[in-house]
Design a protein around this ligand. Structure first.
Ligand SMILES: Nc1nc2c(ncn2[C@@H]2O[C@H](COP(=O)(O)OP(=O)(O)OP(=O)(O)O)[C@@H](O)[C@H]2O)c(=O)[nH]1
Length: 353
């Protein structure tokens, strides 16, 4: 696995999408329950009116919205119902213009609805649906002989221009709101990445291992166990630091991390958990195979010394190997790998135990 790439496979964008979905759901419920209640109140206000069409639009619209939201509670996926709600809202707008509303004031009551379409559908589909509704309203208004409502020419031209301006202003507002949401999401991801990355080697750190990776492994036992844990530690690193200086020590750590990353699979997890201590987790790997992989890495390190001013600085590491067959063995496997590493150090270093 490339050191700089490891984070991308762990980015969890679902929580950000959840925030957007929550906002949509909230507007959906609010529009549906509060909106339908208000429309019912208007409908009852006009119960004795002779405008049957207006009564049909109000009662029909409110009932459709209410039935739709009631049904949505029985399903986990709400998207379909938000679309139906958007369709009801669009029909309500057209119904108001068509019937003229109370004393031909229908045009004024259309203005709150474009916002609902933007929130329910997002800025792109929101703009498209608002423009479709606008086109249909325009068609009704320029063909007044087709509708029962009566509007004056000034009223129509003022409505068409102010409605269009409202839709575009709402589009701009929704567009920039969404852009800042994406920016905040990327800042958030970047902060998480920094907190979970070892700044020197760019490998995942202990925090990542404990709070993200292990949770994911336990959450998907089928694709991870048996899991081999390899604890490793550079030999006599203090001596390297003392001889060549701390900054060369740092370069050696980067070189070491690069060797481990480039000689393991994308599915393996290489992490720096302390000064010169590393851990490699091999998912779906039994103990015997784990020993073979650790021995391969031991040789790679031994054979690839670090060069400083064209002079080789030999490098070796000691390894401790253990295997967890299930998630409940994981803690024991970590402790066992540490104990094995200690034994490798005690037995002379540069070996796998
Ligand atoms: N350059 C550098 N050195 C570090 C860093 N973190 C820890 N160290 C050094 O790593 C050394 C670890 O020394 P010890 O724990 O004595 O281990 P060792 O010398 O490798 O000996 P063994 O592990 O027993 O083989 C110390 O000198 C630390 O200062 C780092 O980020 N950069």
């Amino acid at each position: 696995m490339q050191q700089s790439d490891w984070w991308s496979s762990f980015i969890d964008r679902s929580s950000s999408a959840d925030v957007e979905m929550k906002r949509r759901k909230f507007v959906f419920y609010f529009t549906s329950y509060v909106g339908s209640t208000i429309i019912y109140l208007f409908a009852f206000q006009h119960i004795n009116s002779e405008n049957t069409l207006l009564k049909t639009v109000l009662f029909g619209g409110a009932s459709l919205i209410l039935v739709n939201v009631a049904f949505s509670h029985f399903f986990h996926e709400k998207k379909f119902f938000t679309y139906i709600c958007g369709l009801c809202v669009s029909l309500m707008m057209l119904g108001l213009v068509y019937s003229g509303g109370h004393m031909n004031t229908g045009l004024y009551w259309v203005f709150p609805f474009p916002f609902v379409l933007f929130v329910l559908f997002g800025y792109q589909v929101g703009l498209a649906s608002n423009l479709v509704v606008y086109g249909l309203i325009w068609f009704l208004l320029v063909n007044q002989q087709l509708i029962p409502a009566e509007y004056s020419d000034e009223e129509i031209s003022r409505f068409l221009s102010s409605f269009l301006a409202t839709v575009f202003l709402m589009f701009i507002g929704e567009f920039f709101r969404y852009q800042s949401h994406l920016e905040m999401e990327s800042i958030n991801i970047d902060k998480h990445r920094q907190a979970n990355t070892d700044q020197l080697t760019k490998l995942p750190n202990r925090r990542f291992l404990d709070s993200v990776y292990i949770k994911q492994v336990i959450g998907e036992p089928g694709s991870n166990f048996p899991l081999t844990v390899v604890a490793l530690d550079i030999d006599h690193f203090k001596q390297v630091n003392d001889t060549h200086g701390h900054h060369i020590g740092d370069e050696i750590l980067k070189h070491f991390a690069g060797l481990l990353s480039s000689h393991s699979r994308d599915t393996d997890m290489v992490a720096r958990i302390g000064g010169e201590e590393f851990v490699i987790l091999f998912p779906q790997t039994e103990l015997t195979r784990g020993y073979i992989l650790a021995e391969k890495l031991r040789r790679v390190i031994e054979e690839n010394c670090f060069y400083y001013e064209n002079a080789p600085i030999p490098l070796t590491a000691s390894f401790g190997v253990a295997c967890a067959l299930t998630d409940s063995d994981l803690n024991v496997a970590f402790k066992k790998a540490d104990a094995q590493l200690y034994e490798a150090k005690e037995s002379g270093r540069n070996q796998v135990k």
